[in-house]
Ligand binder design. Structure first.
Ligand SMILES: *Cc1c(COP(=O)(O)O)cnc(C)c1O
Length: 386
């Protein structure tokens, strides 16, 4: 049976050119970037080249990029680091939203236990944060606002420029988790007034276990991991050069293939209209068009259990999921869909399909073709439908 991978928001296939680049740094240039000899110098030069590539891609300076083990670590460092750094100035308030990734939500809950106050902003029916509501929730004690740029479940892309302007006006730090949006939609730390940006590699055809945190020069940040003086003292530990080089290669490849975005949004729209036209009682969750991630499809199927539908699709060789990979092992309705105002039944009746550059039109059509009889079969035996 052919396998079709349509869960690219969970992770992506590593591009073979990325693997080739990584292999060089495992096999030949495997020195420690802190060593003084020639191998160390070569490793250091490679590291600084990668740093410049990542910095350039978001209009930052190389010294403002800190390499980490991925999105989760970057989010932890950004939030805990900033919260503890500003506490000495008497600030103890953080603002985020109800539709964040668990690595932000669980970190904020931990900070609450440590005595910080956290406001979780709601969103509208398409998942957008209201900048005026953000402005109203900022107090003299507010340190930071953290928002997910492109949502991993419903694809909503926040207007960072607008939200960043509010943060600048009120003098608070601005953090975004850009793991899903990176290389898919514009990120510019100057234009968007960003102080902290979370990035990772494995959502963009790079290796798992590597990411970065952009830290604006002068932004207060308390290090969280102690040891050597790597990464400007903000993240101790020998740099993972092979993965970092693979990360930079993945970014360069994305920049050299700008048509990727257009092609993937074409597949997205083909899949959305195919499902909505061929299957009755279905609705798209999240926004349409430019304000939606090019690879995200999230659809409510009336009278169907999303988790069961994903399981049946898996039986047909099609890999999709219902939401964030981190929460899909427990059968709770998605916190993101609930935040859009959907009830539990509707939230549980939704399916997420996320496309990537390796998907084809034939695969999109096949997914619709397989969905039609599966949804019908589930509805025929469902007490919720009819
Ligand atoms: C995947 C993801 C993360 C976690 O990144 P890891 O590198 O897997 O730790 C954080 N935020 C978002 C939005 C993600 O999609």
């Amino acid at each position: 049976m052919p396998e079709i991978y349509m869960d690219n928001a969970a992770t992506t296939k590593t591009d073979l050119r990325v693997l080739e680049e990584m292999r060089r740094y495992e096999e030949y240039d495997y020195g420690n970037a802190s060593s003084e000899h020639r191998m160390g110098i070569r490793a250091r030069q490679a590291l600084e080249k990668a740093r410049a590539v990542i910095a350039d891609s978001i209009n930052a300076k190389p010294e403002e990029i800190i390499f980490t083990s991925g999105g989760t670590e970057s989010n932890n460092l950004a939030l805990k680091g900033a919260a503890f750094a500003v506490r000495k100035n008497g600030k103890n308030h953080i603002i985020t939203t109800k539709i964040e990734h668990p690595s932000v939500l669980r970190t904020c809950e931990w900070l609450e236990q440590e005595g910080f106050k956290v406001t979780y902003l709601g969103v509208d029916r398409e998942g957008f944060v209201d900048p005026q509501e953000l402005e109203r929730s900022i107090t003299k004690k507010t340190a930071l606002f953290s928002v997910i740029h492109g949502n991993n479940e419903i694809g909503t892309i926040q207007d960072l420029e607008e939200l960043g302007a509010v943060c600048r006006k009120k003098g608070i730090l601005f953090h975004t988790d850009a793991c899903q949006s990176y290389t898919k939609t514009g990120l510019d730390v100057e234009k968007q007034n960003l102080d902290l940006v979370t990035l990772n590699a494995h959502k963009i055809y790079g290796p798992k276990g590597v990411g970065a945190l952009y830290v604006r020069k002068g932004a207060p940040l308390t290090p969280w991991q102690h040891g050597g003086s790597h990464e400007r003292g903000l993240r101790a530990g020998t740099e993972n050069i092979p993965c970092i080089m693979g990360f930079a290669k993945a970014v360069e490849l994305a920049e050299s293939e700008p048509k990727r975005i257009e092609r993937v949004s074409g597949l997205r729209d083909r899949l959305i209209s195919g499902i909505l036209e061929k299957i009755p009682d279905t609705e798209l969750n999240g926004p349409r068009g430019e304000r939606r991630l090019c690879n995200n499809v999230n659809i409510y199927f009336k009278g169907v259990e999303g988790e069961a539908l994903a399981c049946l699709l898996d039986g047909e060789g099609i890999c999709v999921s219902t939401g964030s990979a981190c929460s899909s092992l427990k059968l709770e309705p998605s916190h993101v869909l609930l935040a859009l105002g959907m009830g539990e039944v509707k939230a549980n009746g939704s399916l997420r399909i996320t496309l990537g550059k390796y998907n084809t039109e034939e695969e999109a059509d096949l997914a619709v073709e397989k969905l039609v009889p599966l949804v019908k079969r589930m509805r025929d035996i469902s007490p919720l439908y009819g």
